[in-house]
Design a binder for this molecule. Structure first.
Ligand SMILES: Nc1ncnc2c1ncn2[C@@H]1O[C@H](COP(=O)(O)OP(=O)(O)OP(=O)(O)O)[C@@H](O)[C@H]1O
Ligand SMILES: [Mg+2]
Length: 401
């Protein structure tokens, strides 16, 4: 698929922008703070309705506008896929009607002019984004990796989005009850209803994670092997908080050299196992007043030649693994949906050595559409510049070259 037209209103520094987007691999060039990353962020927003960048969606509305009355930031994308042309529109709405300084914020999504629930239309337009700060997926806390995984799976599975949201609600209710039992005592039998729901939604989430991590690993591993010229083997090591594989007596559960295969577990198996595990931990969880096992505590580690990149990887190794992961995502989405996602690469060249730049540009050739940004045109070879469109971004304006 590809994006044909992009319109922005009051989206960060873009008060108003209308662009016809070429169906090719092209480059946005401009100095710092001119709006390059913002353009990629806007395109990405059309696929997941979230920003990898902003802490709160409120930040996306142009901050020079006064916080009175109703302010609307808008992203509209016309995109083409095999079944024809569609329009996705996201409205970021801030309302401050009583003038008391407490504005309310909400998002609306419209597909082909019809207002829809976000979880129904996530994944209608697919994009993969690479931002340099995404190294935090590998380097930082497990919650970053869960978030990464959840956003990825959400793009292909509306049911996953539903189960995630039901799981989060159940977890909050169960934690509230645990806290109550811990502080005031009471009948632990009250937990049964929440345990059942948590196990049901949790099992669905785990089953999808097991499957997707395996598929993504296959794609990313192949690309990584090429990028490192056969020197490094990448592995995505899923470490579920509830481990369905049995623990061999007296051994560490899984040492890094064994590949755990959990694909044989049905959703029912996982549900029964997770439920039993919750039962086993009940006393401890009541004492602590919090749910200690389940997908909200899952972990995913990235290993290169069996070394954990989050702990021991060099900066360059981390960047290369991330790139392999992102290009792997492109192939994975293509396999799952039958469409090439739009690829968005922010400042990627400055992150790579000369050989890997060349490898990346070669790998891009297969995509339908890719948008790259750079502050420095000299990172790209003359061949590349002569055969691809280069657009200038300055002060919230874009000049097609
Ligand atoms: N909500 C907002 N309203 C208005 N301007 C904003 C808003 N959010 C961010 N900006 C401005 O946008 C600019 C950053 O834009 P962006 O990150 O897209 O630049 P860039 O071209 O990618 O720069 P760099 O090369 O430094 O990465 C900053 O000057 C920031 O103040
Ligand atoms: Mg930027």
């Amino acid at each position: 698929m590809y994006l044909k037209r992009l319109s922005l209103t009051n989206f960060r520094q873009f008060s108003r922008l209308d662009l016809d987007v070429p169906r090719e691999i092209f480059l946005l060039v401009g100095g710092n703070a001119q709006g390059k990353t913002t353009l990629l962020e806007a395109v990405y927003f059309l696929s997941t309705f979230s920003s990898f960048h902003a802490r709160s969606d409120r930040q996306l509305i142009n901050f020079t506008l006064p916080d009175v009355g109703t302010t609307v930031g808008r992203i509209v994308g016309d995109f083409v896929r095999q079944d024809g042309e569609h329009r996705m529109e996201v409205r970021l709405i801030r309302e401050n009607n009583n003038g008391n300084g407490h504005s309310r914020f909400r998002k609306e999504v419209l597909l082909d002019g019809v207002k829809r629930k976000m979880n129904e239309v996530v994944g209608q337009f697919n994009a993969v984004i690479f931002l340099p700060q995404m190294a935090r997926i590998i380097e930082e806390s497990p919650s970053e990796r869960r978030r990464y995984l959840d956003i990825l799976i959400s793009q292909v599975s509306p049911r996953y989005v539903q189960h995630l949201s039901d799981y989060a609600q159940t977890l909050a209710q169960r934690n509230a009850l645990l806290k109550l039992l811990s502080e005031r005592g009471g009948d632990p039998g009250q937990l049964a209803v929440w345990d059942g729901m948590l196990a049901r939604h949790g099992a669905f989430i785990m089953k999808e994670r097991i499957q997707v991590i395996r598929e993504l690993e296959e794609e990313a591993k192949r690309i990584h092997y090429e990028l490192t010229h056969g020197l490094e083997v990448l592995r995505l090591d899923y470490q579920p908080s509830y481990e369905p594989l049995s623990k061999p007596e007296g051994q560490m559960l899984l040492n890094v050299s064994t590949v755990a295969d959990r694909s044989g577990f049905s959703q029912k198996d996982l549900e029964a196992g997770l439920l039993a595990e919750l039962g086993k931990h009940q006393r401890e969880e009541i004492a602590r007043g919090v749910t200690t096992i389940g997908p909200h505590r899952d972990e995913l580690r990235f290993l290169s030649n069996q070394v954990d990149l989050g702990e021991y990887g060099s900066r360059g190794q981390g960047r290369t693994a991330l790139l392999a992961l992102k290009l792997g995502e492109v192939n994975w989405l293509r396999n799952r949906t039958g469409e090439w996602p739009v690829l968005l690469l922010d400042e990627i060249m400055s992150e790579l050595d000369v050989q890997r730049r060349a490898d990346l540009l070669a790998a891009l050739a297969e995509c339908d559409q890719a948008i790259l940004t750079s502050t420095d045109l000299s990172m790209f070879g003359t061949d590349f510049i002569e055969s691809h469109a280069v657009w200038r971004v300055a002060g919230g304006m874009v000049k097609p070259g």
